[in-house]
Design a protein around this ligand. Structure first.
Ligand code: PMP
Length: 425
């Protein structure tokens, strides 16, 4: 039986029906910015495999690092044992992230790193005698993952989790930050957060937010000055500030971390996706001495310890990926991609179906008036020789950082043509 038929019978895919699945294409290879399909077609990748493969596929340095490590050992339990790749990676992360973040917890995926962050916040306040601080505040339109605690802080309506609402811990939602990177700060918005904090601070362990860009919740860009104001509010009300940089980390927004667009530092930061250059699943929750040592005061231990914590292959891939990140001038590199994305996507503004085009760093978004049908639109992109996977009203590009100007223009033209074809069919 053909692989695609077996796939349909046997496998779940992300957010996909088992009875009416969208088409899935068999991949035979991937190199640089290209994905090679088994039917011989070659696609230019505009997605970095959900924003993770920042250096492109099949990178010799990351390949070599994994080869070297697998010849030593692939994995050992992290309870009672440790190793050089994990220690090196922790050193690198502490050096790269804001100064106050000094303690690293490795886990398996972005969602789990969010679970860990939420647990850290609750456990920290517990050790400080504030045992009622067990809930979180967060803006609507946020997305933090698919596991239960992560789902509880995703947008309760637009998120992909509305049917689980009764099963989730109730959290406190504020409006999403008003959009526009340069839009003036709306004091009424901040006052609404202050009002919530005044009323609920005894329940609130933390405020979790994706800095500067709300990603899967709508590709919404907002003024980083809100982060500065949030820091002050969190300090005033004894609430830990948690930044989910899983999507924005490692250069995507034009700074190494989106936090750097602001003047402040969070108490806890979650990283994942691009951490290993998109090679192997790995995430990190990084926190301050205050939180880490607070949790461990009076002989306390942090209650989390996944089987594959600190996996040596994943840490080796991450070390190679971060060496590459450090070897480029990331702001320059992503700045170039930003210019090319603006040039390539601006023509789409002329299409009647398009409501706006916006770019930040290596993120380019074409927002439509109506949602697209993935079932219909995906094959059109493949016919154009590109890999672009829209969601809802959003057609967006988050390409690998090694992409060329010509490849971005090809992606932009493909988006323009596909919008015309999809809506005029
Ligand atoms: N947080 C953010 C901001 C994300 O974009 C994602 C994934 N899209 C997650 C958390 C969850 O990460 P993972 O899929 O690795 O569990």
């Amino acid at each position: 039986m053909a692989l695609t038929e077996l796939d349909k019978q046997l496998l779940w895919h992300p957010y996909t029906s088992m009875s009416h699945p969208t088409p899935h294409y068999v991949v035979e290879g991937a190199n640089g910015c290209h994905i090679q399909l088994a039917d011989g077609r070659q696609l230019i990748d505009g997605m970095s495999s959900w924003w993770s493969v920042i250096h492109g596929y099949n990178h010799p340095d990351i390949n070599q690092a994994i080869h070297n490590q697998v010849d030593q050992f692939a994995h050992v339990m992290f309870g009672g044992l440790t190793h050089q790749p994990a220690i090196e990676l922790a050193q690198k992360l502490v050096a790269m992230t804001p100064d106050s973040l000094t303690r690293v917890f490795f886990s398996d995926s972005g969602s789990v790193s969010v679970e860990v962050a939420l647990k850290m916040a609750i456990q920290y306040w517990h050790t400080q005698g504030k045992t009622s601080k067990q809930h979180f505040a967060t803006p609507r339109s946020g997305y933090h993952g698919d596991t239960f605690a992560a789902m509880s802080v995703c947008d309760p309506v637009n998120g992909m989790h509305s049917m689980f609402n009764q099963a989730l811990t109730p959290q406190y939602f504020v409006a999403p930050p008003p959009t526009g990177l340069d839009a003036p700060v709306d004091q009424d918005y901040l006052d609404s957060i202050r009002a919530l904090f005044e009323e609920q601070h005894e329940q609130l362990a933390g405020f979790i937010i994706e800095p500067v860009v709300q990603n899967a919740g709508g590709m919404r860009f907002y003024n980083p000055a809100y982060l500065d104001a949030l820091r002050a509010l969190c300090d005033e009300f004894d609430i830990l500030l948690i930044f989910d940089e899983i999507a924005t980390g490692f250069g995507r927004t034009g700074k190494l971390f989106a936090t750097e667009h602001s003047q402040i530092e969070p108490d806890i930061m979650c990283l994942g996706k691009a951490l290993t250059g998109g090679y192997i699943t790995l995430a990190a929750t990084i926190t301050s001495d205050k939180v880490a040592l607070g949790i461990s005061s009076d002989g306390g231990v942090f209650m989390h310890g996944p089987t594959f914590m600190g996996n040596a292959l994943a840490c080796s891939a991450a070390n190679a990926s971060l060496s590459l990140v450090q070897s480029y001038d990331i702001e320059h590199k992503v700045g170039q991609i930003h210019t090319w994305l603006e040039q390539a996507l601006t023509p789409c503004e002329a299409l009647a179906q398009v409501s706006s085009v916006r770019c930040l760093g290596a993120i380019g978004v074409v927002e439509l008036h109506e949602s697209v049908s993935l079932h219909d639109i995906q094959p059109l992109f493949v016919e154009q020789g590109v890999w672009v996977r829209p969601f809802g009203k959003l057609i967006y590009l988050m390409p690998p950082y090694i992409i060329s100007e010509a490849q971005i223009h090809t992606l932009g033209k493909a988006i323009y043509r596909v919008i015309e074809q999809h809506f005029n069919a």
